[in-house]
Ligand binder design. Structure first.
Ligand SMILES: Nc1ncnc2c1ncn2[C@@H]1O[C@H](COP(=O)(O)OP(=O)(O)O)[C@@H](O)[C@H]1O
Ligand SMILES: [Mg+2]
Length: 346
């Protein structure tokens, strides 16, 4: 993520930059203080070298525009898009105080099953909303998913997203013919073949992320770019690849997301979310009790302790049908024992 540090500007718009969060190919991200509302915000700024690149400018503006028209709790909320005096395009957005899924997986390669499902469920809900609005993300990967300290998931980085409703420009002008946009290790077979990405392509990426969380590694990652493309196109993952303690239903679910042909994947992200929800009935879904601890662990220096804290968090069971029935049975047993004992006591 973060490469070399950029010079910190004194001001960006009305905000005061406090820290550089990331410096990527497209631009830098600054954590800033907004004195008018006394809150932290994030500003994404386009790289100077891209300023003359009209496709990059359009894509940057499109990211802001797409985000502004998606309103979902698991999709990052933009605040404003403007051009700085020095010409830099800037997009301000809500600050997610938390960690990326990449950071989480770097600390714990295989999170507990319920954590995996809770994250996937939220990602699928956000995608369902985006797809319904005609937006395909096209670059889903753990670095573009964040979980905040309240346990809420956010999809980020709609920088190369495609929309059915181009507001000013034709889509063609934003597509570099023959070029592969996005990260190939999470890309669908059809995208690696240069075909258009569809909602089903995002579902394949969710399948790659899911299999990475369950297997402890991204099995599509090859030795080099060509090898990875080959694996994405040819590697057939089977149920045997997964540990026996992973329920058969979940294995089948992930394999369906990873179907090579888009038509064999779930019909929609909402369908996939519903299917997952059925499997999560008796499991906790709220990541809130753990995120504070995990975020703090990430920032602490004691790396050795992280794995245990992350991979075996205490589970606070949420109430469900079985605990309710157990409660009823215990209550009935106590009442029966009392009824039996009372005549002897009196
Ligand atoms: N709103 C945000 N709040 C906190 N961190 C963020 C936010 N947006 C991005 N980041 C951090 O910056 C990184 C890069 O942001 P991203 O939008 O993915 O830009 P890029 O196009 O450079 O990949 C993310 O992986 C995340 O670590
Ligand atoms: Mg990114």
């Amino acid at each position: 993520m973060a490469e070399k540090k950029s010079d910190k500007p004194a001001r960006i718009g009305g905000y005061k930059p406090t820290q550089e969060l990331s410096s990527g190919a497209m631009g830098n991200l600054w954590l800033c203080h907004d004195p008018s509302l006394d809150r932290m915000v994030v500003v994404k700024q386009m790289r100077e070298t891209l300023e003359e690149n009209s496709d990059a400018i359009k894509r940057f503006m499109r990211e802001g525009n797409i985000l502004a028209h998606l309103n979902h709790p698991a999709i990052i909320q933009p605040y404003a898009l403007w051009k700085e005096k020095d010409g830099k395009l800037s997009l301000s957005m809500e600050f997610v105080h938390g960690i990326t899924l990449r950071q989480l997986l770097d600390m714990c390669k295989q999170p507990p099953l319920w954590v995996v499902m809770a994250i996937l469920y939220d990602v699928l809900g956000a995608l369902g909303h985006a797809h319904r609005a005609g937006v395909v993300h096209r670059d889903l990967k753990p670095a573009n998913i964040m979980i905040d300290v309240d346990g809420r998931v956010r999809l980020l980085d709609f920088g190369i997203a495609h929309t059915d409703n181009p507001l000013n420009d034709s889509e063609e002008s934003l597509t570099i013919t023959g070029a592969i946009l996005g990260t190939v290790t999470y890309m669908s077979p059809e995208q690696t073949l240069g075909e258009d990405a569809s909602p089903a392509s995002d579902l394949f990426a969710v399948g790659v992320i899911a299999s990475e969380m369950l297997l402890g590694e991204n099995i599509f990652r090859g030795e080099n770019f060509a090898d990875t493309v080959k694996r994405v196109q040819k590697l057939r993952v089977t149920e045997k690849a997964f540990d026996k303690n992973i329920p058969a239903g979940l294995r089948k679910f992930v394999l369906k997301l990873l179907a090579k042909k888009p038509k064999n994947r779930p019909l929609t992200a909402f369908d996939a979310a519903n299917e997952l929800s059925e499997m999560m009935k008796d499991l906790p879904r709220d990541l809130n009790p753990y995120m504070g601890m995990w975020t703090a662990a990430l920032k602490s220096e004691e790396n050795s302790q992280k794995d245990d804290q992350f991979c075996n968090p205490p589970v606070y069971k949420t109430s469900n049908k079985s605990t309710f029935i157990l409660g009823l049975l215990t209550g009935a047993a106590i009442a029966a024992a009392a009824a039996f004992l009372i005549p002897f006591v009196l």
